[in-house]
Design a protein around this ligand. Structure first.
Ligand SMILES: Cc1cc2nc3c(=O)[nH]c(=O)nc-3n(C[C@H](O)[C@H](O)[C@H](O)COP(=O)(O)OP(=O)(O)OC[C@H]3O[C@@H](n4cnc5c(N)ncnc54)[C@H](O)[C@@H]3O)c2cc1C
Length: 431
């Protein structure tokens, strides 16, 4: 451990914390950095810890389309990341956001890049991909985006490899639960951990995902001006993994990733992993609103017990959740998934913002406190580049557009309702 007070404490070793630590540890002269998380890395309760995640540049919002292209370039070429990226192609079907496909294609045109993306009509899907989607429920689906140059990455492995690099660069990784931030006279000077330790630093960066609102509320319950409020809501979704035998792997091995944002299916899947697992996600989130008596707030707080935050066996999950997963599997693949058995299942929690933009910002009412998180169900793919922006923010060098998108006090009032912000509570599903 360093004798001098470290320059930075980063709380949270998901993609935001890992990427921040990576870019900070490459600075010259090298600063002293402590990275704290509840678990040894890669943390199994992090949203960033997963079997796989989709990596794409297909966005209706040209800002994230550009960022996605930049991230993809690194996924393809950076020795730290290229091993974990698989270019399977990505399908995206939608029924309620009819112009999303057009907007995405227009973005590529405007940026002058040819990624090979095209619009597919539902009937075309049935005949392509060697008939894998001949049984897909295409009720209400109008447009499908096909981008052969998107793909997916081995999530937990890529995160671990990044954190290996981070610790090799001299970052101190501490396994501890941060119970409170040390906040006094309008400034943050460090963190206290559950095991009674205190760490101080010049700058404290919260990369705490779905746990951010509770940590700030626990740390300064009476300071209303510091609270997260409606900026970040902890939201969970359920995902499930199937172990495939050799014959099943053969059937799905050339499948694209598929985001199916339509009809009752509402879910997604990716091709088999090197460990022969096929993953499905139910894309209808939920929150878990609880009273926070000390601050007088109602806050959505993720479960932290193993059975509701890490991979577990299906017998530990509510029946209604298992039925939702079955709806996704059946809706995407129909009879192709007959006989497949879910072996592992998980609630996965992320911090969601009303406008889908993240927070990469100083806390304007607490000196030395910075926030870099709230991936809003789309932050993972930016692992190779997010830290670059966090370092720019710390130096006050963020570009104007990035600063406005990610600042703490941006207006959220006229933002259209984010369909990813759930109305349902996890308690409603505990049957
Ligand atoms: C099911 C699911 C699927 C997704 N799929 C995709 C996808 O395909 N592509 C994509 O780009 N994005 C995807 N996302 C979004 C992406 O995973 C997240 O936006 C991103 O991983 C969030 O990273 P993070 O670092 O902010 O938070 P996390 O990864 O959750 O990390 C936060 C870390 O902070 C630690 N922490 C919190 N509080 C404390 C404390 N008090 N003390 C110590 N440690 C603490 C936690 O233990 C955790 O390790 C998905 C999200 C979910 C939930």
């Amino acid at each position: 451990m360093p004798e001098l007070a470290p320059s930075y404490i980063i709380v949270g070793a998901g993609v935001f914390g890992a990427s921040t630590a990576l870019y900070l540890s490459r600075q010259k002269p090298s600063p002293t950095i402590i990275l704290v998380d509840r678990f040894p890395y890669p943390c199994p309760i992090a949203a960033s810890h997963d079997i796989n995640k989709i990596v794409r540049s297909d966005y209706g919002d040209i800002f994230y389309c550009k960022l996605g292209l930049k991230a993809l370039e690194r996924w393809r070429t950076d020795p730290l990341f290229e091993m974990w990226y698989h270019q399977s192609g990505l399908l995206k079907a939608t029924d309620h956001n009819a112009d999303l496909v057009d907007k995405t294609l227009e973005n590529y045109k405007e940026l002058g890049v040819d990624v090979g993306a095209e619009l597919l009509r539902p009937a075309e899907l049935k005949t392509r991909f060697e008939g894998l989607f001949s049984e897909t429920d295409l009720t209400d689906v109008e447009n499908i985006l096909w981008n052969p140059s998107s793909g997916w990455a081995e999530a937990a492995t890529a995160l671990k490899y990044t954190l290996d690099a981070v610790t090799q660069n001299g970052v101190y990784y501490i396994t501890a639960d941060v119970t409170t931030l040390i906040i006094k006279d309008g400034a943050c000077t460090g963190v206290r951990t559950e095991d009674g330790r205190t760490f101080t630093a010049k700058k404290i960066i919260l990369c705490t995902g779905a746990y951010t609102a509770k940590l700030i509320a626990d740390s300064a319950p009476t300071q209303t001006e510091l609270q997260v409020g409606n900026r970040i809501t902890a939201c969970g979704v359920c995902e499930a993994a199937v172990n495939l035998n050799a014959e099943q792997v053969e059937k799905f091995k050339d499948a694209p990733a598929f985001v199916f944002d339509a009809n009752k299916t509402q879910g997604e899947t990716m091709p088999p992993t090197p460990k022969n697992q096929l993953k499905f996600i139910r894309d209808i989130p939920f929150k878990r609103t609880v009273e926070h008596p000390a601050s007088g707030q109602r806050i959505s707080v993720p479960f932290t017990n193993k059975e509701r935050s890490q991979w577990t066996t299906p017998d530990k999950m509510p029946t209604s959740i298992k039925k939702e997963i079955a709806t996704v599997m059946d809706g995407i693949y129909g009879k192709e998934v007959e006989g497949l058995i879910v072996h592992d299942i998980r609630f996965c929690w992320d911090g969601i913002t009303p406008d889908n933009n993240w927070y990469i910002t100083p806390h304007p009412r607490c000196q030395n406190l910075y926030i870099a998180t709230a991936g809003s169900f789309h932050g993972w793919k930016f692992l190779p580049i997010i830290g670059e922006y966090v370092v720019q923010m710390l130096k006050g060098e963020l570009g104007e557009e990035e600063r406005k998108r990610w600042e703490w006090d941006r207006s959220l009032e006229d933002v259209p309702r984010n369909v990813l912000l759930p109305e349902r509570e996890v308690g409603d599903m505990e049957v």
